[in-house]
Design a protein around this ligand. Sequence first.
Ligand code: BDR
Ligand code: CA
Length: 303
Amino acid sequence: TVSMLIDCDPGIDDALALALAAGSEALDLRGITTVGGNVGLDLTTANALALRDFLDLGDVPIVPGCSGALVRGPMDAAHVHGAGGLGDAVLPPAVRAIADGHAVDFIISTLRDNPGEITLVATGPLTNIALAVRKEPRIVTWVRDFVIMGGSYTRGNHNPAAEFNILTDPEAAAITFNAGWTTTQVGLDVTLTARVTTRVLDRMRDLGRLSSLILPSVQYYAPITAESGPALHDAVAVAHVIDPTLLTLTPAEVRVETAGHYTTGMTVTDFNSPTPNTQVATHLDVDRFWDLMITSYGRLAGR
Ligand code: BDR
Ligand code: CA
């Protein structure tokens, strides 16, 4: 099993990534830290708390972090994820509270106490990660693997150049890519190839209690047809941690544009660089990704 710490901003696809983690036998979830992103920090934290109970995640600590970007003004994606962040899904209110402390310190201490053991996954803006790198640069040597959902080498989604997680805090993303570790980057190039089509949705219908999270959130996220539907970006990053054979990774040097007129937040990717700092996801085995998702959801639903 792989020990994972996830920094996230739930968020529909963050929630469905947590559900994947909860249903997997291969993952040991060591903590959830939250960041402002899709919706404000209060809501991403409240959603994480509600999800911990709903997904039977036991007593995994939930620690809130930064509410906004290092330098820039607020940005959110409530127009995509709904005002509360989970579309039309309504979860029972959380029973238990957040853990003491700040996400940045929790990330540092978890990595320090378990050198070489923890895979750190970030599925929101990189604010907490950047501050952790600045506060304790040795985390880059303690981490087992660092995986993000963010960026792209071909396109943006929030605008033509930039993906939402990078654009929300480009300075934090720049610090993170420049930190001296190898980032595994799961970007839009691969996440947009796995869509919840009507065929996939049909496989998700028979999931008991879990359906009250999955169906109203996914159906809110984007229109679902035979050919297209929402992409569950963040779930692809967690799927990679569970099964590293799903993605093809290609080394490249990735730098984040922070001073562009049209291109701020772009992840500028050089596949020919002699000094790569990133393993960039360039292909996803879509069929096996959905098999993993449906199997894990089924396992969770059958509990
Ligand atoms: C990313 O942005 C957020 O809206 C999603 O949760 C995902 O992490 C996709 O661009
Ligand atoms: Ca997210």
